[in-house]
Design a protein. Structure first.
Length: 197
C-alpha cells in the first residue's frame, strides 16, 4: 500500500490504524453504520436504537460464524480518549457473493459493503485506507476483481470509488426506483493488480 507524501495523509496514517474487527468493536461499528445510513425519509427517529441493535446482532452472528473469505475491518483512532468511547471511526466488509445460485462455486465474486466513516472524521483518507486494505486482502485470497454498489445520487462516494479506479459495470433499477422514485444502484468493479505486477 503506497503512502502519500502529503502531511495530511502522513498524519492520518499515524493517527488511524486499520485492523480486523474484534468483538468489543461491534457496538461502535453498529453506531457508525446507523449514523452513516440513516432512514429515508427520517420520519421515525425512535427506530434508530432498534436498528442499531439489529445491526449489532447481525455483525455478532457473522463474526461468530467466521466464514472463509469474509473480512470486516475497522479504522481505530489511536488518539482516542477512553472517556470519549468512540475509538472506531470507520468500518468496511468484504466477502464472497454468488452471481448464479445454480453454480455457486464458479460464479463467486468478492463484494465490498458497509463502508462507513464517522461524520466528524470524514475527508481524512480513512475510507480510502479501508478500501486499499480490502484490496490487499482480496489479492491475498487469490481474486483479481472487487465489486460494490453505490446509489447514483451519492456523489461523494462515487467520486471516491472512481478516483480509486472502480468502473461502472451496470446501472441496476429496482422496484423502489420504479414505484417510489428511489435512486438506482450503480454496480462498480475494479480490476486489482498485485504490487509485484
Amino acid at each position: 500500500m503506497s503512502v502519500s507524501s502529503s502531511p495530511q495523509a502522513d498524519s492520518s496514517s499515524i493517527r488511524y490504524q486499520i485492523r480486523a474487527v474484534e468483538p468489543q468493536d461491534l457496538y461502535e461499528i453498529s453506531g457508525v453504520l446507523t449514523d452513516s445510513f440513516p432512514l429515508s425519509p427520517p420520519f421515525m427517529p425512535w427506530l434508530n436504537p432498534i436498528i442499531r441493535v439489529g445491526i449489532h446482532e447481525d455483525l455478532r452472528s457473522r463474526l461468530r460464524a467466521a466464514a472463509p473469505n469474509t473480512a470486516c475491518l475497522v479504522a481505530i483512532d489511536r488518539n482516542h480518549k477512553p472517556e470519549a468511547d468512540e475509538s472506531v471511526v470507520g468500518t468496511v466488509e468484504i466477502g464472497l457473493r454468488t452471481g448464479n445460485p445454480w453454480q455457486p462455486k464458479t460464479s463467486q465474486y468478492v463484494y465490498l459493503s458497509n463502508l462507513a466513516v464517522r461524520e466528524s472524521v470524514r475527508r481524512q483518507g480513512i475510507a480510502q485506507r479501508l478500501m486499499r486494505s480490502c484490496e490487499q486482502i482480496v489479492l491475498d485470497w487469490g481474486y483479481r476483481s472487487i465489486y460494490l454498489h453505490v446509489l447514483e445520487t451519492n456523489e461523494q462516494a462515487k467520486q471516491l470509488y472512481f478516483k480509486l479506479g472502480y468502473q461502472l459495470e451496470e446501472v441496476q433499477p429496482s422496484w423502489n426506483s420504479f414505484l417510489f422514485g428511489q435512486p438506482k444502484r450503480m454496480f462498480l468493479r475494479k480490476e486489482l493488480r498485485s504490487r509485484n505486477g
